[in-house]
Design a protein around this ligand. Structure first.
Ligand SMILES: *Cc1c(COP(=O)(O)O)cnc(C)c1O
Length: 426
């Protein structure tokens, strides 16, 4: 399948090029012109999940990845389950946090890493990414130990939890981590400056691994099908899905799944106080405000970078605008909702709670709902413990890395400094 640059339709690339370059000309996102519905969804939902994922992904990648390779990539990527947990009679949480770093980003990062590896290029590449938490860990674990690919992760020094930091700074080998003496925005500026320096890009084979990479989205499409396949038949007729959103990659994947034919009636885009999209869906005005810090911090984004893809699916009439509504949830409501879920016997964390709030507030009596659980409660241990006044045990993934040595370097937020640091890495 060909992919178009949404800002410049004359740039048309194959899957491999899109994965390797990330962004197109003028910072345009790559996307298929037409997402063609799959045949016989009923049969697809009966298949075993790896077989089903193969059929979903094949049309997108078959120019560059052989069937045998794709099967291998799927076995490695979907090595952990997307579990549908029943919360009450008609609401379910799709638990996407059973991977190595306990967050849904493991799916996308794993798929991207395995695809890049399968292109078997002899030229080494460098993945450079800035993280305020979850992305760094997922990318680091997905790429750890892969040959010919080195990873450089920037994070704001002292601004993320120690546990979160240790999930990616303790790996070593081809995973290089840099604590930047500045803010997350400084880290992002450094990444941008790197990509703007053409010579540098060529010299180190620079690539990004953020959620604009089309490979990450495609892997996420699969678990929406997985969710519906686990749902009792009678709950599939009027299904509502609520997605806790920051950069809107996850929601975009869900909308692709619906466009492919998955029976989802409508979506709810749930955000925290960073509510650019819910306001836009209400009044048609795109007016991002200053980003504010919240307890669902992986969604502290006011200019969501995947939105143009969703807008395109609506503009090209592949997805009906009326099947999407927004919901913005404030801090108090988020904490109350974590408690509300706990009182129903379900221990959650702020991101999933934001999604559940949106679902619970709009679900009609004839509908069934799924909200996405994007992180394990233990990943937001202190917040959840404070809200619920309970103790959350540390899962083994977190316990193991918490005792390892932090291998990160510390640098000033200065591009030349970073550049020479990266040039010296092996
Ligand atoms: C990244 C992240 C989100 C937001 O996902 P997007 O695809 O950027 O909208 C939500 N929850 C958690 C826990 C995350 O790490």
């Amino acid at each position: 399948m060909k992919l178009y640059n949404l800002k410049d339709n004359s740039q048309v690339v194959d899957f491999e090029t899109a994965v390797k370059t990330g962004l197109g000309k003028n910072q345009g996102l790559f996307f298929p012109k037409q997402v063609s519905p799959l045949e016989n969804i009923g049969r697809l939902l009966e298949l075993d999940s790896h077989q089903r994922n193969f059929e979903i992904l094949r049309p997108f990648v078959n120019e560059n990845i052989s069937d045998d390779q794709l099967k291998q990539i799927i076995d490695r990527t979907f090595a952990f389950p997307a579990k549908l947990a029943s919360v009450n009679k008609r609401q379910y949480c799709l638990e996407l946090f059973h991977g190595p770093t306990l967050a849904f980003k493991d799916f996308g990062a794993n798929f991207m890493a395995n695809c890049l590896q399968s292109f078997a290029d002899t030229k080494p590449i460098t993945i450079l990414t800035a993280t305020s938490g979850d992305t760094g860990a997922a990318v680091a674990h997905a790429f750890h130990g892969l040959s010919n690919i080195r990873v450089v992760i920037l994070f704001p020094k002292g601004k993320i939890s120690e546990l979160q930091q240790k999930m990616f700074t303790t790996l070593g080998d081809n995973i290089h981590t840099v604590a930047v003496e500045g803010t997350f925005d400084d880290c992002q500026t450094l990444v941008k400056q790197s990509f703007d320096d053409n010579e540098f890009v060529k010299a180190i084979g620079l690539n990004s691994a953020n959620s604009i990479n089309i490979s990450r989205l495609l892997a996420q499409v699969c678990y929406y099908f997985d969710a519906v396949s686990q749902l009792p038949e009678e709950k599939r007729k009027e299904l509502v899905v609520a997605v806790p959103s920051g950069n809107f990659g996850n929601l975009c994947a869900g909308i692709i799944a619906k466009t492919l034919g998955l029976p989802i009636k409508r979506f709810i885009a749930s955000t925290n106080l960073n509510d650019t999209v819910p306001r836009y869906l209400q009044n048609g005005e795109w007016s991002p405000k200053q980003t504010v810090a919240t307890i669902s911090n992986a969604m502290d984004v006011s200019k969501p970078n995947n939105w143009p893809r969703i807008e395109y699916l609506m503009d090209s009439n592949q997805f009906d605008r009326n099947s999407l509504s927004g919901c913005a949830v404030n801090e108090e409501q988020t904490a109350d909702t974590v408690r509300e879920l706990y009182n129903q016997g379900y221990t959650s964390e702020p991101h999933a709670a934001v999604a559940y709030r949106g679902l619970q507030d709009s679900l009609q009596p004839n509908e069934a709902g799924i909200f996405l659980g994007t992180a394990h409660p233990a990943k937001f241990k202190s917040t959840v413990e404070e809200i619920l006044d309970i103790e959350i045990p540390l899962p083994k993934e977190l316990a193991e890395c918490s005792v390892k040595q932090d291998l990160s370097a510390t640098l000033k937020p200065d591009f030349e400094t970073l550049k020479s640091h990266i040039m010296k890495l092996k």
